[in-house]
Design a protein around this ligand. Structure first.
Ligand SMILES: Nc1ncnc2c1ncn2[C@@H]1O[C@H](COP(=O)(O)OP(=O)(O)OP(=O)(O)O)[C@@H](O)[C@H]1O
Ligand SMILES: [Mg+2]
Length: 420
């Protein structure tokens, strides 16, 4: 029997297992210890694919259903809906189950042992609205893990797991603000990290505060998509009503859904296609709305999101990027600057600032009592986010720690302590 830690992420997932020396991340795809949390179900009933293979197949052939960002559905009513790929009905719990089983099976193949015990990561706040989101999401995740064959299931906050991973690398005690900015959520913890922390489970006294907001890299993608691509499909364009001469703007929600990974499949529903047809009829800029309709009929929104996400990542290292949208229309492209991107996410940065304020208040410490800011999660590589955080804590030491796998590693460390 063996034990493991699983980071089921909005964008990427990873698993660590007990090995002789401690905990090790399992190689899931050639050379990669994380895999995109993506599934692809072909319409012709062929084999379901996961990870990079799912995304590649979808982008190359497109004749199937791509699911990404499923973690964001865990706390919502949409979770109980289902979608189809040809004749196959896909339930979201089963889809998440496929991912979790894939992680478990990959680890079992490498270790040669059955794995029955797992510590699953959880954000401080799951994505969704309403009071009971967290309880609902945890209950659903527990069921998925049981279905996948786990007999002992525990949860740990993702930022605390990241801190446990970081703690392995330090030489002196410090107050650390963990900033874990992933695809769907940003999690913050203030933790006293100690190089020789005893291996006891109870670190209550060391965890000074935990805070989370439902903002992640995906929200940045949506803003970049709206300013760079959706305008070419009619976002913010004008309509003239069928009756009278009233001029209005197109409703934004359809464009926002088409720009949001986990909402795209719902945006394609027939009622939305009819809405797009209505908008085209009333549009004062018909070529744009015609493009919108084509994107929906050809199901190109995932490819748009992938192009936008890649551009966002490039904008972390460059001042300007041209998005090639030739897959929508020959020769179509859009150039966006880092400055414009940063302006489009100002409101989100305000909410991050607010959260930083809340977490230090909850920890009952002032900004200059924080020794170290430990950044992790893919989106923590975004310059505007780094600046937003470091401006609040000018005296703290800024450390980037394993942006893609600190959480999975820390969940393994915690698993060793819980089940050890
Ligand atoms: N260099 C980069 N610059 C900016 N963003 C990046 C970079 N690399 C990755 N990202 C973004 O990081 C996000 C994914 O990060 P990560 O894998 O940590 O998320 P996750 O753990 O799956 O999500 P969550 O923890 O919210 O469930 C994506 O939005 C991705 O676009
Ligand atoms: Mg994460």
């Amino acid at each position: 029997m063996s034990i493991c830690g699983i980071d089921f992420g909005t964008s990427n997932s990873a698993i660590s297992v007990k090995s002789g020396k401690g905990f090790e991340l399992i190689e899931l795809e050639q050379g990669n210890k994380t895999t995109p949390s993506a599934l692809y179900y072909p319409f012709d009933g062929g084999e379901m694919l996961l990870g990079h293979a799912a995304i590649d197949e979808y982008v190359t052939y497109g004749e199937g259903r791509l699911l990404r960002g499923l973690k964001s559905l865990l706390g919502s009513a949409t979770y109980d809906l289902q979608t189809r790929a040809g004749r196959k009905i896909i339930k979201f719990d089963e889809a998440i189950g496929h991912l979790v089983s894939y992680l478990k099976n990959s680890a079992q193949t490498v270790t040669g042992n059955d794995i029955e015990s797992v510590v699953l990561g959880r954000p401080v706040q799951f994505v969704g609205s309403g009071e009971a989101i967290n309880e609902t999401a945890l209950a659903r995740l527990t069921l998925v893990a049981q279905e996948a064959g786990f007999k002992h299931i525990e949860f740990q906050y993702e930022p605390i797991a990241a801190a446990l991973s970081y703690e392995n690398t330090i030489e002196k005690e410090q107050i650390v603000l963990v900033v874990d900015i992933g695809g769907g959520t940003s999690d913050f913890s203030v933790i006293r990290c100690r190089p020789n922390a005893d291996k006891s489970l109870d670190r209550k006294d060391d965890v000074l505060a935990n805070w989370g907001v439902r903002i992640g890299g995906t929200n940045l993608d949506v803003q970049l998509n709206l300013i760079s691509v959706m305008g070419l499909l009619g976002y913010e364009s004008k309509l003239k009503s069928d009756f009278g001469n009233v001029i209005t703007e197109v409703p934004p929600s359809l464009f926002i859904d088409l720009a949001t990974w986990h909402k795209i499949i719902f945006a394609y529903e027939p009622k939305n296609v009819r809405l797009a047809e209505d908008l085209l009829r009333q549009s004062l800029d018909k070529p744009l709305l015609k493009r919108l309709l084509e994107v929906m009929q050809e199901r190109l929104a995932h490819q748009i999101c992938a192009t936008v996400e890649a551009a966002k990542i490039e904008l972390s290292n460059t001042d300007e990027k041209t998005l090639d949208l030739g897959f929508i229309e020959t020769g179509l492209n859009s150039t966006v600057t880092r400055q414009a991107f940063e302006t489009s996410v100002e409101t989100l940065m305000d909410r991050i600032l607010q959260a930083l304020n809340e977490v230090t208040n909850a920890a009952n410490i002032s900004a200059n009592q924080i020794d170290t800011i430990m950044l992790t999660g893919g989106a923590s590589n975004t310059p505007v986010l780094i600046k937003t955080v470091s401006d609040v804590f000018p005296n703290a030491n800024l450390v980037k720690h394993r942006s893609m796998d600190a959480v999975a590693q820390g969940l393994g460390i915690h698993a060793g302590r819980v089940f050890g």
